[in-house]
Unconditional design. Structure first.
Length: 188
């Protein structure tokens, strides 16, 4: 099982996106902040899907089947892999000792895990952090502006069926990460 797109967007980033969207719309009203926050969450998820990267660094967790081979983590760019927990069927989870698995973060920011000694675990939970920027203020301006424009569009055009503004894709395109067939880490 992999984490859902947009999952783990920090509440502070959503709040900052709402403030920026209100400024973009020239609206000081806070009555629609709940609607704006939901739209901003969707805009973050769509940005992640389009650019192929988590916009704001957040903790993630992937549950992988133990296979003995290298497996790529779902989200990128990976900042750190915190640990691996064994998930045995019908028993309590346990932290795998460091020597039981190998980890790697490749030059493209993809995280990799290989479990050599899973013990009783048929699956493992991998905890890691991934994202481009530490917070809203350090998010590249094109990505942030696209999130603001898409949030405004989602609220303004709700129910109309109108597609997103082309400017959003134009703002995000320079940040798009295209991933071909994943390469496995070379190290043993």
């Amino acid at each position: 099982m992999r984490t859902e797109l947009g999952a783990g967007v920090p509440a502070s980033a959503i709040a900052e996106a709402v403030v920026a969207t209100r400024a973009f719309l020239r609206s000081g009203e806070t009555g629609e902040d709940t609607v704006l926050a939901r739209a901003a969450g969707s805009a973050f998820a769509l940005a992640e899907a389009f650019i192929g990267a988590v916009p704001i660094v957040a903790m993630q967790e992937d549950v992988l089947t133990v296979s003995g081979g290298w497996q790529r983590l779902a989200r990128a760019p990976v900042q750190a892999i915190a640990g691996v927990t064994g998930l045995p069927a019908g028993a309590a989870p346990f932290v795998l000792p460091v020597g039981a698995y190998a980890i790697d973060i490749d030059g493209t920011g993809h995280g990799w895990v290989r479990v050599a000694a899973p013990g009783d675990a048929a699956r493992v939970a991998v905890a890691y952090s991934a994202g481009l920027a530490g917070d809203w203020a350090t998010l590249p301006m094109g990505i942030a502006q696209g999130i603001v424009m898409l949030t405004a569009h989602l609220v303004d055009q709700r129910g109309s069926g109108a597609g997103p503004p082309a400017a959003v894709a134009a703002l995000w395109r320079p940040w798009r990460r295209v991933v071909m067939t994943p390469a496995r880490p070379v190290r043993a």
